[in-house]
Design a protein around this ligand. Sequence first.
Ligand SMILES: O=C(O)c1ccccc1N[C@@H]1O[C@H](COP(=O)(O)O)[C@@H](O)[C@H]1O
Length: 209
Amino acid sequence: MTVRVKICGLRDRAGLDAACEAGADWVGFVFFARSPRHVTAQEAGMLARTMPKAGPQRIGLFVRPTDVQIAEVLDHVPLDGLQIYDDAARATAIRARFGLPVWLAAGIASRADLPQACAVDGLVIESRPPTGSDRPGGNAHRFDWALTQKWQAPVPWLLAGGLDPDNVQLAIRQSGARAVDVSSGVESAPGIKSATLIHRFVQAARNSA
Ligand SMILES: O=C(O)c1ccccc1N[C@@H]1O[C@H](COP(=O)(O)O)[C@@H](O)[C@H]1O
């Protein structure tokens, strides 16, 4: 089965074009001011509206958002789904309020952290942020991928956190993931996407056995 790929934290045309050309399934826009990948609704709108029709789906990433923040973004950006960093009840409420697919991000340190039930459309399973980080994701920080091996996931899920073109095949093998999500690992510097790394990452994920 093909492994699906999300390239997150796109901020400019060159990065977005590379993700589309490489055949990513999803691209992500980060609406979190403390992130080096932050984009305004206007910037993301310009990018998202000019993507190929049959291109990747557009995911908006929010950290503990208010309904007003999400609504303001949706006024400018045609999003296909929302990636939410908040508690499960809030993610479910956002799904009901906006009628869009919602992925809930879950920070994992042990098997006990893996969700057994949820009322959202997908889960982004990633590492807990390292001590001192001021953001819950995008830290190039990985966890023990074997933790998800025998997990009976309640909904489709993506593996994230510290993935890059050189480790993604091992990560897929060890975790059993059928979808992967990357940001830092396809950058030449924080917030600066590399077309070469994006192509290498998508190719490596697709060619994983
Ligand atoms: O990318 C960010 O800056 C970010 C900020 C706040 C929450 C999540 C963020 N990124 C997401 O985190 C994971 C893992 O990222 P990385 O590959 O380790 O950099 C991924 O879903 C990013 O989209």
